[in-house]
Design a protein around this ligand. Structure first.
Ligand code: GAP
Length: 460
């Protein structure tokens, strides 16, 4: 392994270990040996995740008169998945090792071994595996099944429904089928968008790379409806820039982002253009973070056909009736969280010691302020706790009175707390506290009466 790859792998190991040790992310069902592709978010992880979702909602729903939100169900009518094409073909091609019984994504296996991208061509992948005598990455043997399709939807049964019901593999479907209700119950005029944040489930053949590829995850999606004859390219460009900006707001550096336009031959028949925003992850380099697709009128036309409901828009000003076209910006919550962790992680040497800091953008930091009395004596702890109780009404705070002040600063740096407040014996006299900045480590003496405004200004 090259030195830079080694460093990246080390960085990832350190992040995963910190995430567990400090309560950001735990392996799902860990005490039972784990359940692949599922994770729990601990006390800090849930704050970070909620902050990311709130930032997204504020950016794309509350700040825009042309976007409204919904919260649809995870369980949706089975016909929806026939209409959308998921029942027929939502998945990846797989291949099984007959020796060790491990299952692999065929396109990844072929591409890793030969550099060839044969995704979607099962016969060609079977041939490439045979011709190149590709060995099983797990057991090293060469004894494969043919490459075949695998549907990634999780199936379940529901009382009163004859057919199988599926856990939704994307949130988008729940949005398309509410199109008529939204038109009828709001005064939105085209162009406008419908946004949703929610869980999605995919029975991935191989989950992995920590929280990058999961079987249970969350998406933040917008279906943006436009006139079929609209000059859509400038709007497409605007949306992709907004997606890149959101990645920057999570803390990503510009040089770690790039765009990947899907080649024409790989586009779905209905899509005019699809672009992924990729991030340079510490495992394997650039990979999909967000996506933007022009989906034409495919979704509304299909749902109209399968439901027998007219899904059209009537323009009262022009008297025109039409099926809108859709631009779909889609974002993964866990990939956003992973980008925020990877971008924030930093180590610096101070007086011969390594300081680990998560330099989160302040608005997504899980804890905003830590209150640290210089001594555990009641003389200090009582007024410091009082301060904690007051500040906690406006900012997520932690109170910590154990161990030396240096150790407590390090603990807060490690979870990315932007401000530490030290309450000392002088505070009793001058009614002021010391505020330490996470990034510069500079300290300000601030009057307690002015503290709330001081923090508000710094944090918002
Ligand atoms: N409605 C379009 C759609 O679902 P997608 O590219 O399949 O498109 C959208 O998924 C986003 O969801 C991705 O850009 C990624 O951030 C996230 N995502 C997809 N599959 C995922 C998985 N298995 N684990 C974690 N996040 C995933």
């Amino acid at each position: 392994m090259s030195e830079s790859k080694n460093n990246e792998a080390n960085k990832m190991e350190k992040i995963i270990s910190l995430a567990k040790r400090r309560g950001f992310v735990y392996q799902g069902s860990e005490i039972y040996g784990g359940l692949g592709g599922t994770y729990s978010y601990g006390p800090l992880g849930v704050e970070l995740k909620n902050n990311i979702k709130q930032l997204w909602w504020k950016t794309f729903v509350h700040s825009r008169p042309d976007v409204v939100g919904i919260d649809g169900p995870i369980l949706l009518h089975p016909k929806l998945w026939q209409a959308s094409g998921h029942a027929e073909g939502f998945g990846d091609a797989m291949v099984d090792c007959k020796e060790c019984k491990k299952r692999f994504r065929a396109d990844h296996l072929v591409e890793d071994a030969t550099g060839l991208d044969l995704e979607g061509r099962n016969d060609a992948m079977t041939k490439a595996i045979q011709d190149n005598k590709i060995k099983c990455p797990a057991c090293g043997k060469f004894n494969w099944t043919d490459v075949r399709d695998f549907n990634m939807m999780f199936k379940t049964e529901m009382n009163g429904v004859e057919e199988s019901v599926f856990l939704r593999p994307e949130t988008a479907g729940a949005i398309f089928i509410e199109f008529k209700n939204i038109i009828d119950s709001t005064r939105q005029k085209i162009p406008f968008g419908i946004a949703q944040i929610g869980k999605a489930f995919r029975n991935e053949i191989v989950a992995g790379n920590f929280i990058f590829r999961l079987r249970e995850f969350e998406q933040m999606e917008i279906e943006y409806l436009i006139h079929p004859k609209m000059d859509w390219e400038p709007l497409f460009e605007e949306w992709i820039k907004l997606q890149e900006n959101f990645a920057l707001e999570l803390g990503a550096k510009k040089e770690d982002l790039r765009r990947l336009e899907h080649p024409k031959e790989k586009l779905s028949h209905y899509s005019k253009k699809t672009v992924d925003v990729e991030y340079n992850f510490p495992f394997g380099g650039f990979k999909e973070l967000f996506g933007l697709a022009h989906r034409g009128d495919f979704d509304l036309t299909q749902h109209s056909k399968y439901s027998n409901e007219k899904l059209e828009y009537f323009d009262q000003e022009t008297g025109e009736r039409f099926v809108p076209h859709i631009l779909e910006p889609t974002f993964g919550v866990e990939r956003s969280l992973l980008v925020s962790l990877v971008s924030a992680y930093d180590e610096e040497e101070i007086d011969g010691e390594i300081r680990v800091v998560l330099r989160f953008p302040k608005k997504i930091a899980p804890v905003k302020v830590a209150i640290l009395p210089l001594s555990k004596k009641e003389e200090l702890s009582k007024p410091a706790l009082e301060l904690f109780n007051n500040l906690n009404k406006n900012f997520v705070c932690q109170y910590d009175e154990t161990q030396s002040i240096g150790k407590r600063y390090r603990r807060q740096d490690e979870i990315g707390t932007p401000y530490c407040i030290t309450f000392d014996f002088d505070s009793l006299e001058d009614r002021a506290v010391t505020v330490r900045d996470r990034d510069t480590m500079k300290q300000d003496r601030v009057k307690i009466d002015e503290l709330e405004n001081y923090l508000k200004e710094k944090l918002t």
